[in-house]
Design a protein around this ligand. Structure first.
Ligand SMILES: Cc1ncc(COP(=O)(O)O)c(C=O)c1O
Length: 487
């Protein structure tokens, strides 16, 4: 019998109360971010603040920033947001910019801008230098805009190795990227050193402060000593900073600012001959969501410098507790040199598989992201985590002890899948497998991707690839166990 696929398009329409009740029920199995169990994706304060954001969003949810001359309110929000961001980042009055839909849009735009700037001076095969730890949005931009990546390796402390930067620059280099901080380990790249090299070679330098933009300035105001990374560094030509992360705005708000209009104008798109009218667009989107701009403006107004300083203080308190707590577990180490707000940790004990520790943490109700190269677990820390960090650390100690007592946990649950995905030498095969699984989620009526499920020996090419991948994974796990046992 054919089963009915669920559809958002109801047959006859439904009462709003029914629809809203259903909405709530759909959310019942989402991660429990309100009680701090989730360590990524969400920046949550409390219900009162969420309602305030919702009201600001709702007031402008129909407004469209596509044409900046139509909704003057939205342009005004945008102008005031960019002015505030420029001040926060120590910009001069020439600093200019645009509100975007998120960090990824800001990163994509920087690449498009610098590629087009280089094109204007005749560069045909554009390249950019990205530290290995650059956010994946930059690799996406490379694919989308056909800008070749030259990877800047990390040194032994997982810091972008600035000594190797000059030799990666050539006449096709359209930009250099640094992050403040980078996503995987929370380390701030050596932006001042990058800036000197960028200036010497006359190459633009973008700082990805999607994570740090709305917290590092306030950590500094609170007295924390940090390396310089913003417009105070002369070589920095642009910065991305997300309001929907540590700015605590509703989703859909980031910024990209440039040192001056000479850069920004290469981001703009103009089509003067379109039958629909002369068209100009400052960013990637056509329709630009008014609600997101209003909510972002409202967030900045509400917190102000004192509010953001207070959030930064509590966040760093939670971060410091976490860092010390992880360091106190002899089997674990903290990766790189994070200054906050995020950190990553791995295992220094061959008997403790860190992905298996992740599974134990999942089982205790925490949601933690996995890293690779090296294997690790990740925590994007917010002020709300201050309430739960001690409980997290207690569970982490227990999780490590459980895994140490039973190393076979490394080949069970999602640990086996993550282990396979990060260690299999055939990276093309891993890519293909992920692509197949991911694509299936987007079929009409698509299925969830369950990292804990063991792969069934499927049919056809995909099945054979999966079976091969699994064999290789078992071989790897067994080898790791043999090594751990000293055999
Ligand atoms: C450093 C960095 N840049 C860019 C992004 C992309 O931001 P978004 O998820 O808002 O597109 C992220 C997301 O975590 C990030 O950590």
């Amino acid at each position: 019998m054919k089963t009915m696929k669920k559809t958002a398009l109801s047959r006859k329409g439904r009462a709003t109360s029914d629809v809203l009740a259903d909405l709530q029920s759909y959310g019942a199995h989402d991660p429990d971010y309100k009680s701090g169990r989730l360590w990524s994706l969400v920046y949550y304060l409390d219900e009162e603040y969420t309602a305030f954001q919702a009201e600001a969003y709702q007031a402008f949810s129909s407004a469209n920033g596509l044409n900046p001359t139509a909704f003057k309110s939205l342009k005004q929000f945008e102008t005031e947001i960019i002015t505030g961001v420029s001040e926060m980042l120590h910009g001069t009055p020439e600093v200019c910019g645009v509100v975007t839909s998120g960090g990824t849009e800001s990163c994509l735009l920087a690449v498009k801008t610098y590629r087009d700037m280089a094109r204007a001076r005749g560069v045909k095969r554009p390249e950019m230098v990205l530290p290995v730890t650059a956010h994946v949005a930059w690799f996406k931009a490379s694919e989308y805009f056909d800008v070749k990546v030259r990877l800047l390796p990390l040194d032994k402390d997982l810091r972008a190795d600035v000594r190797k930067l000059p030799r990666l620059i050539n006449r096709n280099t359209v930009m250099i990227l640094g992050s403040a901080p980078e996503y995987p380990h929370g380390t701030i790249d050596p932006i001042e050193a990058f800036g000197e090299i960028a200036q010497k070679n006359r190459v633009p330098l973008h700082v990805d402060a999607c994570v740090g933009g709305f917290i590092l300035p306030f950590m500094e105001m609170n007295g924390q000593k940090l390396p310089l990374w913003d417009y105070r560094v002369p070589g920095v030509t642009s910065i991305s900073a997300d309001i929907h992360k540590y700015g605590f705005a509703s989703k859909g708000a980031s910024t990209i600012t440039y040192r001056n209009l000479d850069y920004l104008k290469h981001q703009m798109f103009v089509q003067q001959d379109w039958p629909g009218g002369v068209f100009a667009s400052p960013a990637l989107l056509g329709t630009r969501p008014g609600g997101a701009y209003a909510a972002a403006w409202a967030a900045m107004q509400y917190f102000g410098k004192t509010g953001y300083r207070d959030l930064a203080r509590r966040t760093i308190q939670a971060f410091t507790t976490m860092r010390k707590g992880v360091l106190a577990i002899p089997e674990l180490y903290v990766m790189g040199d994070p200054s906050g707000p995020l950190l990553a940790y791995g295992s220094r004990d061959p008997e403790v598989n860190i992905y298996a520790v992740g599974d134990q943490m999942d089982a205790k109700g925490w949601k933690v992201n996995r890293l690779q190269n090296p294997d690790g677990l990740h925590a994007m820390i917010t002020a709300g985590h201050l309430e739960v960090v001690d409980e997290y650390l207690k569970d982490l100690r227990d999780a490590v002890a459980t895994v140490k007592a039973d190393p076979t946990l490394a080949s069970a649950g999602s640990a086996a899948t993550y282990g396979m995905m990060s260690h299999l030498p055939m990276r093309g095969m891993v890519r293909q497998k992920v692509l197949d699984m991911f694509a299936q989620m987007y079929q009409a009526g698509g299925q969830d991707m369950d990292m804990h499920a063991t792969t069934a020996p499927g049919q056809g090419l995909v099945g054979r690839v999966q079976a091969l991948a699994e064999k290789a994974a078992h071989w790897y796990v067994e080898r790791a166990q043999r090594k751990a046992a000293g055999r």
